[in-house]
Design a protein. Structure first.
Length: 822
């Protein structure tokens, strides 16, 4: 709305807001706008008001009186004014001021146009105070103001004609016919209001104007990461040129966007490209008012070049050095360093402008400026909370892209998703369209059979149905426009969750129940080990409730204990509980990283080595699945240098791979398993359920023994970054029995496909536990015992009796297992 407002008009709005605050109001009314005008003594509007005896001090006093008499305690004062930014009268004043500017052939809206628009709001608060309290002849004031504006009309008409009359502009661009066919005129788009508003980039635009205003080397190049708004800054320059908010030597300039792909297209033969580019440069030189914008400007290096011919950069260099053309470029930091800096002769002709990623607060302002464009396109209403969520969540969770681009994409996709979800064609409209299709077929058949009377009748029926469809669509579209769907922060969170897999939506009742009962869920697969299960569950609940440290992983743990006690199983169980599958667990077997050079397999091979293009096994998996359980299995087997890269992961939640990309670990749960200290426990006879009484009474001693062994193995700076070090107990006989039952349950599920249901007697179960109870190996021997005694027996029975099905009993008699079918 404010793109045409000049400095004085914008200052009026700023002053008006301050006046409104001074009165303790949150809404700006017409009286505040008039106070804003009266506060600017050097403007024509203020001088004309003074001529009629209206000054700032008296009018402010009368506004206070008016409030006391007319408004105090009214519904308008207490409710409406406290909710709106501007009152209805103020909004109409601001909107209609642009029409008054057009009437006086001024492209910019000034404080005088605001005053003229305000005075024409006959029943506004400001006019009532002027007319009824100050007894001002308002109509005379309007006429005087119109006369003054007509006298100054000549100052604005040239600019108005230049940018508002496209046909006349086309005549002035006849000198650049080739350039017009290959390039896009940004200033024309700015005049036609086709460009998006540019906000929070005044510093960069001003710097670009300063460079363009130089005598030599007046060619700026915008250098910044993809998506930070480099092209938008050039659009901001075009808008400023249109508004004449630039130095005099830039007024009337045309910003032309030249695409190198378009320039190269069709140049099949040697010399065609050079000739085309030379002709463009000649046109630019003759026109004298062209600023050439080349996006991805690094592409000029080598473009069109072949053996014995010059590329685009070498053709441009002489023209740039002589100041015959002005070029604005844009490129990324990496490409500037890779291409531009290597060509010193080209680099010295350009002045780099660093374009930083905007801050969150600036990005919110940018999105608010763009909001109406997306609301119109999607026919939705985007709330402030949605904008703030888009910035906050994208900044937090989408780390491989940059603001404002990623936040804009979130808003756009959320709007599209909500619109499609609620966009359903009415059944009546579908019936009309089906009827229309049927009539078209009947008409075509009638024409084919030369039954022209029937065809004419069908044509009339078709016209009638088409008319009904158009009317129905108009009513339907009107209803859609009136009932706009609101885009909220929850819609934004939904889209982000779909992008990244990170659960940032509000907790549903089902998910809340699952998190509250996480220990119980984990214990379905992991028997015993209460300390480990509780510690893990607390970390997950803390993270999902929003209380975790934003710059660290969700949790980092070392699981210590003898083999086969459930360390790896707990990690798998957690992955299944959180994601519904073990597939979201990233498993790194540290026995594969015993050599110093194997670190390159984790984060990628450095440049110059074989396999440089291959992604790292750890870095790439986390980049693809940022919300996951990362299991480093048997860490004591890895080379010590491997742990150096884990220091920044555990402390800052990030890791830089061999390509320089920052990998985000802040949404991962890091679990490391180790058997360190087991040998010391063996010496003290703590392992195995044979000494279960000792284990029960001396678990603290076991912890101390294993912790001492851990401290000897790893450096303090590594251990100090771990959230919790959990010592797993050796399994007792009761726990082994529970595990064996879980294994039998798993076997039963596999046999369901064969329609076989197995049941073990107490004797059979005891024998399996007895055979699988080897104190040094935990629960793993149980699986071998089950395989040897039950699975092998069943496989033989199925081969002997292929029709075996139904309930099958397995017993242990006379030193062997037997199968009985019921």
């Amino acid at each position: 709305m404010y793109i045409r407002f000049n400095e004085s008009a914008l200052m009026v709005l700023t002053n008006a807001k301050e006046e409104s605050k001074e009165f303790g109001l949150k809404a700006v009314g017409t009286e505040h706008l008039l106070l804003g005008i009266l506060d600017m003594n050097n403007t024509l509007a203020c001088k004309i008001l003074n001529k009629y005896g209206v000054n700032y001090r008296d009018f402010k006093r009368d506004v206070e009186k008016f409030y006391e008499v007319e408004l105090k305690g009214t519904e308008f004062f207490n409710n409406v004014m406290l909710r709106l930014d501007y009152t209805t009268g103020a909004v109409q004043t601001i909107e209609k001021s642009q029409a008054f500017a057009d009437n006086t052939r001024s492209f910019v809206v000034t404080s005088e146009h605001l005053l003229l628009s305000l005075l024409n709001q006959k029943e506004s608060t400001a006019v009532r105070i002027l007319r009824d309290i100050l007894i001002v002849h308002v109509q005379g004031l309007i006429e005087d103001l119109e006369t003054s504006l007509k006298q100054n009309q000549g100052l604005f008409s040239k600019l108005f004609d230049t940018f508002r009359n496209i046909e006349e502009q086309e005549d002035t661009t006849s000198k650049t016919k080739l350039l017009n066919s290959l390039a896009k005129d940004l200033t024309k788009d700015a005049a036609d209001k086709k460009l998006d508003p540019v906000l929070a980039r005044d510093k960069e635009i001003t710097r670009m104007i300063e460079i363009l205003n130089r005598r030599t080397k007046n060619n700026p190049v915008l250098v910044g990461e993809p998506g930070v708004g480099k092209t938008a800054i050039v659009e901001g320059l075009a808008e400023r040129i249109v508004l004449q908010n630039v130095p005099s030597n830039l007024i009337g300039k045309r910003v032309m966007v030249l695409d190198m792909a378009t320039l190269l297209a069709g140049t099949k033969y040697r010399g065609e490209f050079e000739e085309r580019l030379k002709n463009i440069l000649k046109e630019i030189e003759e026109a004298g008012n062209i600023i050439l914008f080349i996006d991805e400007i690094h592409t000029i290096i080598g473009a069109g070049g072949s053996e014995g011919s010059a590329d685009a950069s070498n053709i441009l260099k002489p023209a740039l050095s002589r100041g015959l053309i002005q070029v604005v470029g844009a490129t990324t930091i990496e490409e500037y360093r890779k291409y531009f800096e290597k060509d010193a002769a080209l680099e010295r002709r350009f002045q780099p402008i660093k374009v930083e990623e905007p801050k969150n607060e600036d990005t919110i302002d940018i999105l608010k400026g763009l909001r109406h464009k997306y609301e119109e396109h999607h026919n939705v209403e985007i709330t402030d909370s949605a904008i703030e969520a888009a910035v906050k969540l994208s900044s937090r969770h989408v780390t491989d892209r940059f603001l404002p681009d990623k936040a804009i994409d979130l808003i756009d996709e959320a709007s599209s998703k909500v619109k499609l979800r609620n966009y359903k064609s009415p059944e009546e409209l579908k019936q009309y369209e089906e009827e229309l299709n049927a009539l078209n077929i009947e008409k075509d058949n009638a024409v084919s059979n030369q039954e022209f009377e029937i065809a004419a009748k069908k044509r009339d029926e078709i016209n009638s149905v088409v008319s009904k469809i158009e009317k129905f669509k108009a009513i339907w579209q009107d209803n859609l426009a009136k009932h706009k769907i609101q885009i909220t922060d929850e819609h934004i969170a939904e889209v982000l969750a779909a992008w990244t897999g990170i659960p940032v939506t509000k907790l549903t009742q089902t998910e809340s129940e699952k998190l509250l009962n996480l220990e119980e869920i984990l214990h379905k697969r992991v028997v015993g080990q209460d300390e480990a299960v509780v510690s893990l569950a607390k970390s997950v609940r803390r993270a999902r409730s929003g209380f975790k440290d934003e710059n660290r992983p969700i949790g980092s743990f070392i699981f210590l204990g003898p083999t086969g006690v459930g360390k790896t199983e707990l990690a798998k169980s957690l992955s299944e509980a959180l994601f519904g599958s073990e597939d979201n667990m990233i498993r790194i077997d540290m026995s594969e990283y015993m050599e110093p050079h194997s670190i390159s397999r984790l984060i990628g091979t450095p440049p110059g080595y074989v396999g440089y293009d291959d992604a790292g096994q750890l870095s790439e998996q986390v980049r693809q699945k940022p919300y996951s359980v990362v299991l480093f299995d048997e860490i004591e087997k890895a080379h010590p240098s491997i742990f150096n890269i884990l220091l920044q992961v555990l402390d800052d939640g990030r890791l830089t791979d061999s390509n320089g990309r920052l990998i985000d670990f802040r949404n991962t749960i890091i679990i490391m398993t180790s058997n360190v200290g087991v040998n010391e426990l063996k010496d003290q006879k703590f392992v195995g359920f044979a000494g279960s009484e000792s284990i029960k009474n001396d678990y603290k001693n076991i912890q101390n023994t294993m912790m001492e062994a851990l401290k000897k193995q790893y450096r303090p700076e590594f251990l100090n970054r771990i959230d919790d070090i959990v010592v797993f107990k050796s399994l007792e006989k009761e726990e082994l029995e529970k595990i064996s039952l879980l294994m039998i349950e798993g076997l039963s599920k596999r046999l369901k496909d064969k329609d076989i249901e197995i049941k073990l007697t107490r004797k059979a179960l005891d024998k399996i536990i007895e055979d699988g109870s080897i104190k040094e190996y935990g629960a793993r021997p149980l699986r071998r015992s089950l395989q040897k005694n039950i699975e092998d027996l069943l496989s033989e029975e199925i081969l002997k009796n292929p029709d075996l099905s139904g309930a099958v009993n397995i017993d242990y008699k006379k030193n062997k297992f037997v199968v009985k079918q019921k």
